[in-house]
Design a binder for this molecule. Structure first.
Ligand code: NDP
Length: 453
């Protein structure tokens, strides 16, 4: 016999789940419960974006102090303490978790700790208690994927890398995507010898070619070793760390092996398929444009659906679902021109189509600017920036905007609004720059380039 009845039960209190719960309860006065088996805040706040960015900030001082010398600063007696950084990061995460608890409580959402199991389309069980509901929203996120190779039990993922008790001398990072690159930058700046093993011929596959080549060069300049076209076939623990067998015949010794080989939807053991929800081959939940599954009152958002796996997208999907169910306004998220960033050193910012994607559909003009940022004229650092526009010749619309360089994530956020509004190259050209800034390059590019491919 069900004890409690809800309008909406949300499974997963990550960014998307919390936002949807809060909107449904506070804005639409619905009776909502959110079920979470781990820490409230989910991957982004507890195991991803936020702690990662704090470590990125921590690591950036390694270069900032060096750069200061060129500006007349005398710096001595500086030291770095990993435990202090990790302790401060943990304190901040505890603070944020408390804020999330308060937000849910103040919105009138019932927070339930435990693992939710869908019994049928109107019943969810948690901790032995059966709750009934009109609608269910699955927002269970994702989890690191590890390939099945001998010795894989010896590796860590980004989850553990955020909580290492001490810094290793050497570290191998397998993968060439967002997480591998961001963590390679953090650890290398903090003095670890980092080597990346990338199975294909490029890092950041799928990104614009100019970003890939520019960032690859910059990472190497900073001392990160990158082995392309290389795979790990086995990992053995030895007396002094780990021994990695690489395809075809090489081997490599290291102290820690971190895998960042993608993530998979957290959809096992939730009773989804038993309830009639369809899963894709990789375990992600199949949904329509309104995030509705094959069962009309069960919705799913965020990484659990493996569409665009970014926190702000999960937030938008969560709000769209609430509008669809309770706002009497079927709302689909517009996935065009979603900006994203890689918090590498230097960082990447990108919006819209890569050159390769644009050329498949359009006749395009390419504008590229590569330069030494003003700050490094006195710091003496050998670091360059790259900015690129991809423009549709026919309509003059800017289809893609890409940058590698300091402040790229902050810069592209502003330009994302322009691209969303359909800005043309003529709009860019008629915009006055902020001088002196790197961002002004985006409105002063006049010289068409031959493809950067
Ligand atoms: P990505 O999909 O970005 O990269 C995975 C990497 O691992 C690729 O280089 C891929 O190679 C490689 N790979 C996949 N399978 C294997 C395998 N079996 N053996 C060896 N290499 C393999 O995943 P991440 O784990 O880096 O990040 C997961 C997601 O998290 C991202 O897609 C992103 O959506 C999100 N994220 C976003 C961030 C941000 O916005 N700044 C930061 C961190 C994560 P190949 O290219 O050949 O497939």
């Amino acid at each position: 016999m069900a004890e409690k009845h809800y309008d909406l039960i949300v499974i997963g209190a990550g960014s998307g789940g919390v936002r949807a719960s809060r909107f449904a309860a506070a804005r639409h006065c619905k009776k909502v419960a959110v079920i979470e088996s781990n820490r409230v805040g989910g991957t982004c706040v507890m195991r991803g974006c936020v702690p990662k960015k704090l470590l990125v900030y921590g690591a950036h001082y390694a270069e900032a102090f060096e750069d200061a010398l060129g500006y007349g600063w005398g710096i001595s007696g500086l030291s770095f303490n990993w435990s202090t950084l990790i302790g401060a990061k943990e304190k901040e995460l505890n603070r944020l978790e408390e804020i999330y608890h308060n937000i849910l409580r103040d919105s009138g959402v019932d927070e339930i700790s435990g693992k939710g199991l869908i019994i049928d389309k109107h019943t969810v069980e948690v901790g032995g208690e059966k709750l009934t509901t009109e609608n269910i929203l699955v927002a269970t996120g994702g989890w690191p994927f590890l390939p099945d190779i001998p010795g894989i039990e010896n590796v860590i993922t980004s989850n553990e890398a955020l909580d290492l008790t001490e810094l290793p001398r050497r570290m191998v990072i397998v993968g060439g995507g967002y997480i591998a690159i961001e963590f390679a930058g953090v650890f290398q700046h903090l003095g670890v010898e980092v080597e990346m093993i990338v199975r294909s011929d490029t890092i950041l596959r799928g990104f614009d070619v100019s970003i890939r080549t520019m960032l690859h060069d910059e990472l190497i300049k900073k001392g990160i070793r990158i082995r392309l076209d290389s795979s790990v076939t086995s990992i053995k623990q030895g007396s002094d760390g780990f021994s990695l067998q690489l395809d075809p015949t090489e081997s490599l010794e290291t102290d820690i092996v971190m895998y960042a080989t993608g993530r998979r939807a957290n959809t096992r053991g939730l009773g989804l398929e038993e309830a009639g929800v369809i899963l894709k081959g990789n375990g992600a939940i199949e949904v329509n444009a309104f995030s509705q599954t094959a069962i009309e009152n069960i919705y799913a958002i965020g990484d659990a659906t493996d569409r665009i796996n970014l926190t702000p997208v999960a937030l938008a999907e969560g709000m769209a679902v609430v509008e669809t169910i309770y706002g009497d306004k079927p709302t689909a998220v517009d996935y065009a021109n979603i900006p994203s960033a890689v918090f590498s050193h230097p960082p990447v910012g990108t919006i819209g189509l890569s050159e390769h994607e644009a050329r498949e559909k359009y006749d395009v003009d390419i504008y590229i600017s590569k330069f030494k940022p003003l700050i490094h004229t006195l710091s003496g650092r050998d670091e360059r920036a790259m900015m690129k526009l991809i423009v549709d010749k026919k309509t003059d619309r800017v289809l893609g905007l890409h940058m590698v360089g300091m402040d790229a994530p902050e810069i592209v956020q502003g330009f994302a609004v322009a691209l969303k509004c359909g800005a043309t190259k003529a709009h860019f050209d008629s915009t006055i720059g902020v001088h002196p800034s790197a961002a002004e390059e985006f409105v002063t590019m006049r010289q068409k380039e031959v493809s950067d491919r």
